[in-house]
Write a protein that binds this ligand. Structure first.
Ligand code: ADP
Ligand code: MG
Length: 219
């Protein structure tokens, strides 16, 4: 591996990411549900907690030996255990990304980025949302762009995901003034303005978990 690609991302890395993401979702579930109260049905935290706990359990019980396998198993659990819109959408994100990784035992950070972009495109296709519609995509797409920028500039995996996490966080905060055009929040029309989107907020947690996982490995 040369400096521009950094250390490979293997199944163990993705399993650690899933553990970190599940812990973050569990810790922030109350906050996610609070965000889903004024512009939704107050279930985003419980949906995410149920889905990620099931995903982590499935991966722990029968650990896949490829990074793609980890994402596919996790995505399948999200789809089958979460009733809300976020289950099929996040499930599609992870499953599509996992399929894009194929059977490789390890991939580069750029390979992971390409796979996550395929996953985010799958979310946009399934949900019909575009950037600016006040959804999880408003955190995911800026994160992917930041990841591309940082990797292109020669950054390490940890640096690139740290930049991505910051962009996702900024993207989530930037949903506050937006009017929701998709999902339950769109039923509120203008009254959806002035509230941070719960799904963009959870997406930022998932990206931050990548940064934490990569930084721990770098230390
Ligand atoms: P539900 O809206 O069914 O109760 P959740 O509360 O778990 O599901 O998730 C709501 C989040 O899902 C929203 O904050 C938004 O980010 C995301 N979301 C909803 N609809 C879409 C869509 N069509 N495309 C992308 N994301 C969406
Ligand atoms: Mg909801």
């Amino acid at each position: 591996m040369n400096a521009s690609t950094g250390s490979p991302v293997d199944a163990a890395f993705l399993r650690r990411w899933l553990g970190a993401a599940t812990a973050a979702v569990d810790r922030e579930a109350e906050h996610l549900t609070q965000l889903d109260s004024p512009i939704g049905d107050a279930d985003h935290g419980s949906n995410m907690r149920r889905g990620f706990l099931a995903a982590r359990t499935a991966v722990e019980q029968d650990p896949p030996d490829t990074p793609g396998g980890v994402l596919i198993t996790a995505g399948r659990q999200l789809i089958s255990t979460v009733g809300g819109a976020s289950g099929p959408l996040y499930g599609t994100l992870l499953r599509r990304a996992g399929k894009a990784l194929g059977d490789e035992p390890a991939v580069t950070a750029a390979g992971l980025r390409d796979a996550l972009r395929a996953g985010a495109d799958g979310v946009a296709q399934l949900g019909g949302a575009a950037p600016g519609d006040k959804t999880m995509l408003d955190a995911l797409f800026p994160a992917l762009d930041a990841l591309t920028g940082a990797l292109g500039a020669g950054g390490s995996v940890a640096e690139a995901f740290t930049a991505a996490a910051q962009a996702a966080d900024e993207g989530a905060k930037a949903t506050i003034p937006l009017r929701a055009r998709k999902g339950r929040a769109s039923y509120l029309g203008e009254r959806s303005m002035g509230h941070q989107d719960p799904g963009a907020t959870s997406a930022a947690l998932l990206v931050a978990a990548f940064a934490d996982t990569a930084r721990e490995r770098a230390e």
